[in-house]
Structures are given as structure tokens and as C-alpha cells.
Design a protein around this ligand. Structure first.
Ligand SMILES: [Cu+2]
Length: 168
């Protein structure tokens, strides 16, 4: 009865080790019996420094994205409402769902999401706008976006101007 504390410590470190091992062993093909993994709470409204900017044009009733190909990584969608109705941007897929705030005509908002490999639906969740045509789909694939190191393929951006509509 003199060293219950040591025992407790041993038990704790053993548990921690087991936890580490379990965490490292999850590389297989996602079976249905794996424990529930909690999706990351991507609710931050501030855009992280490494996020890739994508402009999303919300018109009546159509969504136009400035980018068609996506690699896994963090993206900040800058949604501008160029229509005459209230719109919003929702990015849904791979077990996550992120909705921007509602944007009034002429205004814009941002939505930062982390995209993983797979398909995502991007649409306007307001009223029946999705069925009216405000929906599009993207496929995320390829090597993760390296935000801090060297980027092997850097697409040349013509001008860093923030004005939309560069004569596409
Ligand atoms: Cu809408």
C-alpha cells in the first residue's frame, strides 16, 4: 500500500501507449467496424494563412467557381452575390458540411473549408435555388497542397488584382 501512485502512473502510460498504437494503426481500408471518427470542426471564420482563395460567383441562379481543379487542402471561398436574391454557399461532401452566412445582393462573404480526396457538392441552400441551377460539383484529387514548402506546379496568376471577371 505504499506506492499506489506508481501503479497509477504505470497504468496511465500503458494506456497512453495503447492509444498511440491504435492511432498509428489506422492506415487500412476504412472498414465499417472502425470507431467513429469525429470530423474536424471547421467553423473558424478567420481565413488561415495557407488557404487557397477561390471566388464563387452567386448569380440568379447559377454558381460559377474561379477554379475547376482542387487538390486536398484548405480553401477560402469568397462568395459574391451578383444576383437579386439572397444567396449562400454550401460545400458538402466527405462527411462534412459547411455553409456560409447568407449573402445579400451586392455583398460578399467568405467560407473556409478543408477539402479531402473525393467529390463535393457546392450549392446554394436557400429556398429552391439548388434545383433552379445553383449547384455544381467538384472532385478533389492529387497531392496535398503544400502551403509552407515549395510548390512544384505553381499556376501563373496573371495579375493580383481583386476585380472579378477577368475575361474568361
Ligand atoms: Cu441562392
Amino acid at each position: 500500500m505504499t506506492e499506489p501512485r506508481t501503479r497509477a502512473l504505470l497504468a496511465v502510460s500503458a494506456t497512453a501507449l495503447a492509444g498511440l498504437l491504435a492511432a498509428c494503426g489506422g492506415g487500412g481500408g476504412g472498414g465499417s467496424s472502425s470507431p467513429a471518427t469525429t470530423p474536424p470542426p471547421a467553423q473558424k471564420s478567420t481565413a488561415p494563412a495557407g488557404a487557397t482563395r477561390v471566388t464563387a460567383d452567386l448569380a440568379d441562379f447559377r454558381i460559377t467557381l474561379s477554379r475547376q481543379t482542387y487538390a486536398p487542402g484548405t480553401y477560402t471561398f469568397v462568395a459574391t452575390n451578383t444576383g437579386h436574391h439572397e444567396h449562400a454557399l454550401e460545400v458538402e461532401g466527405q462527411g462534412s458540411e459547411n455553409r456560409s452566412s447568407t449573402v445579400s445582393p451586392g455583398r460578399s462573404t467568405t467560407l473556409t473549408v478543408t477539402l479531402k480526396d473525393g467529390k463535393y457538392q457546392i450549392y446554394c441552400p436557400i429556398d429552391g435555388h439548388k434545383d433552379l441551377g445553383m449547384k455544381t460539383q467538384i472532385t478533389v484529387a492529387g497531392a496535398p497542397v503544400n502551403t509552407s514548402g515549395t510548390t512544384p506546379t505553381a499556376p501563373a496568376s496573371p495579375a493580383p488584382s481583386t476585380s472579378p471577371g477577368n475575361g474568361y
